[in-house]
Design a protein. Structure first.
Ligand code: ADP
Ligand code: MG
Length: 208
């Protein structure tokens, strides 16, 4: 069980989050949707254990992976080493297979600076999935890609989630991404931000 039970989060005297409570079941993909600056990344950092300065409790497995908005690769290490450093037990063959799975076969020795932004994002995805995480957290993994690249990343992420079935929490400000990838969508609004009950019904396409 993955559970967020956040009572409040302040930056200085600014309260960014009010009560935010949700569960994620094993294998479930949940989108966290809301406008820029609302507190999505803040929740994600709390869920990932990076930010411990909040009121409340979070329950999550140790075996988790994070995909940040920017790929956060080690620039002086090859694509293969970026995988192996993150997952030392993986072994070179499995790491090569993981690179091939995201369309980076033959680029094992390339440094991140020699890869396009799209390729760097795919390497970060490969790294995240390489450890077979029980819990995967992604912060706007498809922003600032051109539409074709974003679509490729979306399809790849969808396929990797379907194969590995981690519980997934992914942050987006794009409703279409949430609807495509998620079993369930949580919507943040207000200041301090809280979860609104549910997404307005979009089944008639009115808000699509
Ligand atoms: P989102 O990811 O939804 O765009 P964030 O969670 O990054 O929003 O930020 C929520 C709010 O908290 C914003 O108003 C932002 O300016 C503020 N904030 C985020 N990080 C910090 C920080 N380290 N110090 C002070 N304020 C911050
Ligand atoms: Mg953010």
């Amino acid at each position: 069980m993955i559970r967020a039970d956040i009572t409040s989060k302040f930056f200085g005297d600014q309260q960014v989050l009010g009560p935010v409570r949700f569960d994620i079941r094993p294998g479930e993909t949940v989108a966290l949707l809301g406008p820029s600056g609302i507190g999505k990344s803040t929740i994600l950092r709390i869920m990932a254990g990076i930010d411990t300065r909040f009121e409340g409790t979070v329950t999550r497995p140790d075996n988790m992976a994070i995909v940040f908005q920017e790929p956060t690769l080690l620039p002086w290490r090859s694509a293969l080493d970026n995988l192996l450093i993150a997952r030392p037990t993986l072994g070179a063959d499995a790491a090569r297979a993981a690179l091939a799975r995201v369309g980076l076969s033959g680029r094992d020795d390339a440094f991140p600076g020699q890869l396009s932004l799209g390729q760097q994002r795919r390497l970060a995805l490969a790294r995240a999935f390489a450890g077979a995480p029980e819990f995967l957290v992604m912060d706007e993994p498809f922003v600032s890609l051109d539409p074709e690249m974003a679509e490729q990343m979306l399809a790849l992420t969808e396929a990797l989630i379907a194969e590995a079935k981690p519980a997934t929490l992914f942050v987006t400000h794009a409703r279409a991404e949430a609807e495509r990838l998620a079993d369930r969508t949580l919507v943040l609004s207000g200041r301090p931000a809280t979860l609104t009950d549910s997404l307005p019904d979009t089944s008639n396409g009115e808000h699509a």
